[in-house]
Design a protein around this ligand. Structure first.
Ligand code: C5P
Length: 285
């Protein structure tokens, strides 16, 4: 095989509880991931150079070691003594540094894709091990499950058998927000012991959208808003427009509004000014 094309989806966090700070500086999380239909495409092409190169039309996607997909390919190439070259072409649709794990998903797609293209023969547990070394959000994308519980840094994944298909309007302001900056602003209130994951799960299983709306939560919201207090307007505007519930995803600044159908999500979309925000009608994938 000379070339392989892989899809690389984004995620949302329906719940994100920060449960503590670890000695290694990372935070201990409990989160529910949802895989969504907003996807990048990655084309992996073998070549006869001995170099790994990234191609991407998006100006904010790093072309070197700052790119997790590049790092993923470098790791496998080194560990398995691959001497040929590789071209990684990323067709970017997922906003960058937006709380949607686009870069992490690209890395997972490259790990799984190269395992086939280079015929390395790693099993899923071994791929997950590579994923965890690359970043906290990479492992989720290797499980082929629409929903999962994430613990640890977010890299310990338990796939969840849930059949509910959700619709959202996803709104992303046209600014980057770095995960590290958001975690740095976080003031941990360790008295808050509410188990938001287990509060949300029964509503998600039943497809109870009203219950689900009340159970969406993100412990990073105060830190996101301390960086950009004005972004609260996105939540307000989505609710005013008729979203059933609203929540920031990951470390922001993306916000998703819960909708009852594709049509409902499309009706919410009309309310947003495209100069300042990008918006996407998405569903569970
Ligand atoms: O793992 P990832 O590269 O996505 O993390 C980026 C940064 O976000 C980390 O360097 C760390 O500062 C912060 N982070 C954290 N706790 C987590 C995940 C990320 O403090 N569970």
């Amino acid at each position: 095989m000379h070339r392989l094309t892989v899809l690389s989806p984004a995620k949302l966090n329906l719940v994100l509880d920060v449960v503590g700070k670890r000695p290694d500086g990372f935070h201990e999380l409990r989160t529910i991931f949802e895989r969504i239909s907003l996807t990048d495409q990655i084309i992996l092409t073998r070549n006869k150079t001995n170099k790994i190169s990234i191609r991407c039309a998006h100006p904010h996607v790093p072309r070197g070691p700052g790119n997790l997909a590049f790092k993923a390919a470098m790791m496998l190439s080194k560990d398995f003594s691959i001497s040929e070259g590789l071209d990684i072409n990323i067709i970017k649709n997922i906003p960058v540094a937006a709380g949607l794990a686009g870069g992490s998903s690209n890395a997972a797609a490259v790990l799984a894709g190269l395992n086939r293209l280079w015929q390395i023969g790693l099993n899923n547990a071994q791929l997950v091990d590579y994923a965890a070394r690359l970043g906290s959000d990479v492992a989720f994308f290797l499980y082929n499950s629409p929903y999962a519980l994430g613990t640890g840094r977010g890299e310990l994944i338990k796939p969840l058998k849930i059949n509910t298909k959700l619709w959202h309007l996803l709104v992303t302001p046209r600014v980057k927000m770095l995960t590290k900056d958001v975690f740095t602003r976080l003031k941990l209130k360790l008295t808050n012991k509410k188990d938001n994951v287990n509060i949300l799960l029964p509503f998600l299983r039943k497809g109870d959208l009203t219950g689900l709306a009340g159970a969406l939560s993100n412990g990073l919201e105060p830190a996101i808003l301390s960086l950009r207090p004005d972004f609260i307007y996105i939540k307000k505007k989505l609710l005013d427009a008729g979203a059933i519930g609203v929540c920031f995803s990951g470390s922001g600044p993306s916000v998703f509004g819960l909708a009852g159908s594709q049509k409902h999500a499309e009706s919410l979309r009309a309310k947003f000014d495209r100069r300042y925000t990008q918006s996407f009608v998405v569903s569970t994938l």
